[in-house]
Design a protein. Sequence first.
Lengths: 303, 425
Amino acid sequence: MPTAPERRRGPRGSTVATAIATVVLLLAGCGGMWAASATARANMFPGAPLEEVAAELGTQLDATGDSWTDDLVPEFAGQFTDAGSRPGAGDAAALDALGVTRRTEITVAPGRANGDLIDKDRPADVSDAYLATTLALPDGSSTVLNAQGLFVRAFYYDGVDQPEQSRAGEDPTAVAPWALGSLAASGAQSSVVAENESCTDPMQAMVALSTVARTTGTLASPCALDGSAVTVAAGLDAATLAASFPVLGDYSALPQIPVLPGDPEDVGLVQYRFTAGDQSLIAVLVGTQDLGWAFVGIAGAQS
Amino acid sequence: MKGGAKTIWAGAGAIALAIAGAFTAITWPHEVATGAVAEVPGIVTAQPPLIPERDASGDDERQSIWDGMNQAMLAKDRDAFLSHTTGEATTQLATWWDGTSTIGWDVAAISPWDDYTVILGAQLAFAAHPERGSGADDAGLQLIQGFYYDVEWDGELISSITPYTEPMPWDEGPLYAARSEHVVLFGAADEQALVDANLAQAEASAQMALNEVHKLGGDVPMDGFVAAITDDSSRLSRWQFGAGQQWDMDVAGFAMPTYRPPSSAPWLDPRIATGDASSGTIVAVGPLSADQRSETFTHEFLHALHLTAAPTSESQPSVAVMEGFAEWATADSGAGEFSYLRPDVKDAVARSGTGAFSDDALRASDAWLGYGAAGSVYGFVQASGGDAWRLAVDAQRSGADLFTVAQTQNPALTPDAWQAWVAAQ
């Protein structure tokens, strides 16, 4: 009996299956390659990861030297260095001389594309930053200076030396490492206890100290940490300072060493430059827990 | 699978891989160079200033004028000072500048009381200098001898400035001054001979006054005086009263407290003392002192020392506090006689008690009786073991009457005991 002719298994069915498989393979391959390229793209940007940059900046701010400026946008860093200052500390040498220890911690939110919370196609070019510098005072009290700001990284496209925000779907020709681009004081938390309710303004505390020095020849102030004598750093003589302390009045102004951008009550730490006789000095005042101010002390100016 | 099918599958796979490879080759990121760290436009758009900016909203609308005039005075720049004036004010302030400069000063200030009144003055020679650390409110500050002036404006320039009450010699015309160790004696330029002729006597009286207060235990941070002299009674009257009501008593001389700027201001150097206390004393003697220069100079210089130790303020003590001390201390210094030894004074004390030195009595035509009576209180306190200098200073500062203050030293220092003491002299 002749065999029944096989049902024609056609090249037609085989072709369809092959086409489908090809498309599947194609999509899988391209998708995989796309994902791989995206990962590669993200990892190919120069510089350390954002979290590492933030942590390193905190470490450098607490150390001696100016390495911390490497992690700041130059224009922003210049505002501090021009004034002999560093973020969260102002004149760090003055704090050191007065026995104040510092510990700075900087945390960041995940990076994002500026102004764009939806489009995942743009690489991150900005991240919220949170700075907290804890100052431990010799009397055992402490204050935490807080600030918020932004880490940024500049993108460069088309070989042009013009920093930009990231673009969607375009490969940059250069990308800058993450750097801190801004800060704004966001309030301090202090355990320092004020001895006197009159110490509500740091400059008025300086004026009052000037008046006491002028009239009594002493460096006494109700705004001192112990409510009487203002601490002076080693190597300074309180009586000599009192004898030559500048005469200040209600309208006097003293140059300030910047600690953080913002109003003094938000910063929580104020440092005034002044001269007494031929000595260049820095008066350091810290915010108290009841929103007043207390003298940490007076130190010689190093810069 | 037959060979054909295999071929087809293999071909399809190869094509897919080729396409995927091509896609990957196209989309695989190019190498990215390290760019310069920089501000990124549009990201950091605003940030609070690193140092808060000064709020200028409350500034006086004429702040630049006051700044300019005060800086000019501190720089001793007459032209810059006068550049803020026009019309008659230029002459008026030039006269002030030249006159006070003849006496001598290094520090001066001008500050508004209101839009049409200013206080203007200089720290004249021998101004008090309370030492830093002395405990005095004015320790380490500069005391200017200021007076109030009416001002008129022509835009941003002062067009007229005239004394608010009495004119001082430097407001009236050129001055001549002569200086000795403890005195600058000055007068109108046309009275140069009078100034020169009386400088030695003024110096002698200055030393007597300084020695007297030192002897009494006073520690006053000044070592000399500024005094005007004239032989023109109308000049003396103008300097003392201006166009105001004169006293009935004949005036041989006067000591007038001077003012400081009433409050601190942005244009004032903080080293210049401000407030409502007096800042010094201007002494002037006239023709009626001609036959009693020693007593008059010494009396007025003692006022100056008293006012430095206890500046006038809102306490407003009785006139007897000042005049009684100067009257008694002048005699105690050897420059005069104890007038309470005179029968007329003793009678007045016995008859009127403390009423003999009421404020009215001390400005009446027979005021010398009141001066003697008030002076006797200091003599009584000192002779009774009290402290006449302390009495003078404490009464001036407190505004309390003489016996209230005297009895804080010793309750036995009563008016009755005083009357008995005077009667026994």
